[in-house]
Design a protein around this ligand. Sequence first.
Ligand SMILES: *Cc1c(COP(=O)(O)O)cnc(C)c1O
Ligand SMILES: [Zn+2]
Length: 412
Amino acid sequence: MKFVKNYKCTLCGREYSKEEKIYTCPECGEKGILDVEYDYEALKSVITPAYFEDNKDFSMWRYKYIMSVEDESLDETLKVGWTPLYRSKLLADKLGLRELYIKDEGLNPTASLKDRASAVAVIKAKEARIDTIACSSTGNAASSLAGNAARLGLSTVIFVPERAPQGKLAQLLIYGAKVISVKGDYRETFELSKKAIEHWGWYNRNAAINPHLVEGKKTVAMEIAEQLKWQVPDWVVVSVGDGCTIGGVYKGFHDLCEIGLIERVPKILGVQAEGCCPFYTAYKENEPLRPTKENTIADSISVGVPRNPVKAMNAVSRSDGTWITVSDDAILEAMKLLGSTEGIFGEPAGVAGLAGLVKAIDENIISCDESVSIIVTGNGLKDVKNALAAVKAPITCEPDINKLKKHLGDLQ
Ligand SMILES: *Cc1c(COP(=O)(O)O)cnc(C)c1O
Ligand SMILES: [Zn+2]
């Protein structure tokens, strides 16, 4: 916390001391989500390219000085972050793109980008000497919190909507969480968790409400910048549900700009599913967000009432980016495309970014001579049911070479 200056409300701009034990702006209430601000001048002399060259911590904690955590228990957490950023060859050629990078967040310990927020959540709970953390989630925030908490000996109470995929549910139960499967959609799940957290006083990992979590998520952007030797791509593409991830992506690049490590924030393309796209609609109609139905296979971004509208909208407008929607079919196509050209298996929300990129090239939003990084936000093994819907069935064959030859077209 050494370099944290203060908290600033994203709605009214009021500033609060970093000593205050608040999640949101007391004046604006729950919608007054806070931003963490740093003493960028002081950071400039500490956080230099040379600092990173000497840094042997290949986890998200290599950015700890630009994060709102105390340097106490950081070495006890699961290893989160420093995921690979692949330079794509086959996929880039297929799309006709000059320069394409893929950040594989499925390689985090619980297999999604959410680990970046959860690792911070468990550290903040430890700092606050609280031993139970709660959250509501479309799935990944929950499984991620449960895993990261288990490692530090903290208990978790998790609220998920009934529709959460089996893989994520299995993770939760294996990590030892107390799981409440809510007979309702994500909005109702969130509301129930809020009431329960107020009632029992658990630590709140609900990402939008808790300003520290976006500070964890922003490290994905910092890694992309560092892995590209501080030359950021023209575009970064990410799928959007609550809006915390895209808010974090913007914040990461923004902070690096303030410190002078990079020269500009890339344009950010926010990708939503056609069946649930409150941000896209609000952007197109230039209206405030309206609650929408949640109707997409991409469960992690199936969020009808996003909890972080301000940070997400700002991320796109301030970066000079834009919003796009993709169909479920396009998501399944993208899943196959990514798997077969790059060997990376993403869950539906994880590959929605690629589906968005394909469409953005089609619609001349992104041109082929621009450089792009997509973020694959979660691993496909979490949701095998949808993956199997995207592909043809395997060849079924008796253990007989002649029969196999018949199948493979070697015998008449
Ligand atoms: C949570 C999640 C997102 C979206 O993040 P938000 O902060 O909800 O916008 C995208 N992809 C995956 C795999 C996720 O788990
Ligand atoms: Zn405020």
